[in-house]
Design a protein around this ligand. Structure first.
Ligand SMILES: Nc1ncnc2c1ncn2[C@@H]1O[C@H](COP(=O)(O)OP(=O)(O)OP(=O)(O)O)[C@@H](O)[C@H]1O
Ligand SMILES: [Mg+2]
Length: 236
């Protein structure tokens, strides 16, 4: 009984940022489901099973977006793994109240097996692989053959992999990671991201031939009591 209460209060504590879990019927949760549907529309010919969310700068809403998107996929009955590849300033363990003692860095460096590092979460069908201890060589880990092999192996066990990354124009990790993702969702923070900066991020993804699945306009104010997520694409 005590455990159930604790579990409930912990998941409720994520309510503000994990709105798809805390309040699935809210307009914002509906916007995340629209994003999910639109990504699924882009997958008619090619399966987009490894999806990365990125943005040009820090604090644009990458982690918030990818976490809610992953929850929306899990709510649709998919088995989902959310991976923290922001190996410099990881945050998924905070959002999901998990230990970060082991994670991506421990698995890629051979200290742990992947199945010893994955955590179930308070969301059914959604697991998280946290970053693990911050390594001295994040770009090297992100671009290693072991990382690519890990992604291939994880695809045998999950329907979708969602990869959280550091800002694209600040460190090279995001561009490196995009090379083994099926598609990228680019987050732009309304009233903060400059057009030139967003364009620069898009151009760097185009340069390495990464497939941009869509652009999320995060934090676009319409109603002072709400924040919105918009996505360029068809309506649900
Ligand atoms: N639409 C929004 N409305 C209000 N606050 C938001 C919104 N999106 C994100 N935030 C807040 O902005 C902060 C940064 O969000 P988040 O961590 O998702 O960004 P990020 O791009 O992952 O940042 P970083 O580059 O540091 O990893 C968080 O405190 C989050 O709660
Ligand atoms: Mg983040």
């Amino acid at each position: 009984m005590l455990r159930r209460n604790k579990r409930r209060s912990r998941s409720a504590g994520s309510g503000n940022r994990l709105i798809t879990h805390a309040n699935p019927t809210s307009p914002i949760s509906k916007a995340y489901r629209t994003l999910r549907t639109n990504i699924q529309f882009t997958s008619i010919d090619n399966q987009n099973r490894v999806i990365m969310v990125t943005s040009s700068q820090a604090g644009d809403g990458k982690t918030t977006t990818i976490s809610n998107l992953a929850v929306a996929y899990a709510q649709d009955g998919k088995k989902v793994l959310l991976i923290d590849c922001d190996l410099r300033k990881p945050s998924l363990h905070h959002l999901f109240h998990l230990s970060n003692r082991v994670g991506v860095s421990s698995v890629v460096s051979g200290q742990k097996e992947w199945n010893e590092a994955i955590h179930p979460t308070f969301v059914d069908r959604l697991s998280v692989l946290t970053s693990g201890p911050i390594p001295p060589n994040p770009s090297e880990i992100a671009g290693s053959n072991k990382m690519r092999d890990l992604i291939k192996e994880l695809l045998n066990h999950f329907d979708y992999l969602f990869i959280d990354t550091p800002p694209l124009l600040v460190v090279p990790d995001g561009i490196i990671i995009s090379s083994y993702c099926d598609g990228v969702v680019l987050v732009v923070r309304a009233e903060k991201t400059k057009q030139q900066t967003a364009l620069k991020a898009k151009n760097s993804l185009d340069y390495v031939k990464s497939k941009i699945l869509g652009v999320v306009i995060n934090d676009k104010k319409r109603d002072p009591n709400n924040y919105y997520y918009e996505y360029y694409g068809a309506e649900e």
